[in-house]
Each structure stands twice: as structure tokens, then as C-alpha cells.
Design a protein around this ligand. Sequence first.
Ligand code: SAM
Length: 329
Amino acid sequence: MTKGLVLTCDPRFVSELKKELQLPKEHYELLVLAPGVLLAAAEDVGAPIFLRHRFPVEHVAEVGHTLMDLPLLVAAATPLLAAAESGTKVAVQCRIMDEACPYRAAEVKVALDEVLLTRGLLPETKHPQIVLSVLIAKQRAYLGLSSPVQNLSRWNGGAAHYGRPSGALSRAEHKLEEAFEVFNIELAAAAQVLDLGAAPGGWTSFLLKRGHYVTAVDTGELARELLTHPRLIYHRQNAWHIKPLADTFDLITCDMGREASGTVEVLLHLASSLKSGGALLMTVKFMGHEPLPLIRECRRKLEQRYRLQAGRHLWHNREEVTLYLVRHT
Ligand SMILES: C[S@@+](CC[C@H](N)C(=O)[O-])C[C@H]1O[C@@H](n2cnc3c(N)ncnc32)[C@H](O)[C@@H]1O
């Protein structure tokens, strides 16, 4: 029996998350713990688009007043680890969202990593089997033990840090990398991909590095270092002017910087280019529109040719969400 769920979203989109949570008939009691962090008195809230991370709370502990109180928090968290078998890779993910907290996240992690070792568990940061979550807010510590799948993300609070240089190209690259990870997209190495709105080329670069064949389309210029790649075809033109090539692509990616309604029309026009069952990964850019009605309208139109699998406001999304669909007709 959990004591609720800690839900994390982008602080700018809390009201969207709250609206999504109220879409089904159930009503959730929601307490705001910190900017973008809510406590829901519920066992399960599904996976709304604006929910980036969640964890079930198993224990709520006092935080104490000085660093000397840290052992009390460690003692409160330790019994949760009884459920983990020896040899399990465990990540301690601590977020401190309370200025009055007397200790830092790194200190909590060091102390709990020591406990892991004494219990035959393996501290692991990047690819844990189990996560021990510690969220400190409003003078309380919310503690839970869960899997990355239950949490919707293997990252602390859903903050996906791929840790490579962050120029414009690699920032865009990380957005597609995160979409592949979150939606669990697996493509054969030599898959054919149509990348719409490809410039300057972050997504194209990511796809080429994974061994795919990429047809990139943009009215703008692709980064020069990509142009000579042997698996790249580049059309410098408006996506509207691309002729559909029947059943050619395994994946269409679309990050076109334009009104979502126009993007949807282009994707309906090009749907027959996708092999049946092929996937579409696209961003829906808000451009001043209210996000949820816009997403709903895009989905309604896209369903003529595609079925929505999932959607997420990714860590790398700003004023947009990423949708994952498959072609059905
Ligand atoms: C956000 S950027 C794409 C970034 C890209 N995904 C990357 O990884 O570098 C949006 C791009 O959409 C392109 N675009 C907008 N409307 C287009 C259209 N009708 N046809 C082709 N490209 C378009 C713009 O030229 C711009 O390069």
C-alpha cells in the first residue's frame, strides 16, 4: 500500500498535468510539494503526456534540523531496501526542494550508497534495476523504492542528461535520443528514415550514427559536416513538395518549425510513404496555442492514418510535446 505518488512535470505545465489527471472520472487529491512536483493521493495515475516522472511513496520521514539528523533519514530509508535482492543495481535519486533542508542531495546519496554496499546491493547511477527515491520538500522526506519503468524514466525526476557537449546540433540530437529511450523505439540498423524539418541536422546526425539511411528534408541548410555522409539523401525543399513514395520508410521523424495544423496536413499527405506498422515521431509545437486542445485536435486528425502510442513532454522539449504514432492504414 503506497502513501500516494510523487509526480514531476515541467513547472510551466503544472496546470496541463492537473487537467490531464482530471480527464478520467476519478478525482485526484493533489498537493503541490515544490514547483513542478505534486503529491497525488492515488495508487495509479497512468502516464499523462505532461507527466515526466513519478514514484510511489512508501514512507514519509522527518528531515530534522541539522546535518547531525541525516542518520535518522538514512534509518528511515533503509527498511525500504529489504525488498531488493542482493546484487541488484540500485540508484539513489535524491532531490532537495526545500531551502531549509540541513543537508545536500550529494550527502544523502553518499550515506545511502554506503547502506547499499553493506546490504550487498550495487550503487548504480545510469542503468539501475531499482531506484531508491528521496524527495525532500516542505520539511518532509518522501521515500520510495520502484523500478525505472514504474517511474516512467531512469533519470532523477525525469531529467535526462546525456552528458555530451551541448551545441545546437547535439541539443536537438538529445531530444530524439530521449524520445527513442522514453518510447522504447527499436529499429533495425539499416532502417530507412524520412526526417522532415531536419536542419541544422541534430536528428539526422543521431539517426546516421545509429546506422540508419536518412532522407532529410528542410527548406534550410543542413550542417556541412553531414552533407557527404554516404547514407544521407538531402532534399533542400518544402516538405509539402515531397512526393509520397509508397511503403518506403520504417520511421518518419518530424520536427518542423511550423504551426501544428500544417505539420499534421503534411504528415497525412506523406503517410503512404511509411511502411504499414511503421512509426512516426513528431513534435507538436504550441506556438501560442493552448497545449491540450491543440494536442487533442492533432491526434484527432492524425488518427485517419496513424494510431497514437504515447506522448510525452520530454526533458528536452520546451514549448512542444513529442508524440509517437504508428501507421495503421
Ligand atoms: C526546430 S528546427 C529542426 C531541428 C532539427 N530537428 C535538428 O535536429 O537539427 C525546425 C526546422 O523546420 C524547418 N521547416 C519549417 N517548415 C518547413 C517545411 N514546410 N518544409 C521543410 N522544412 C521546414 C525549418 O527550416 C527548421 O530548420
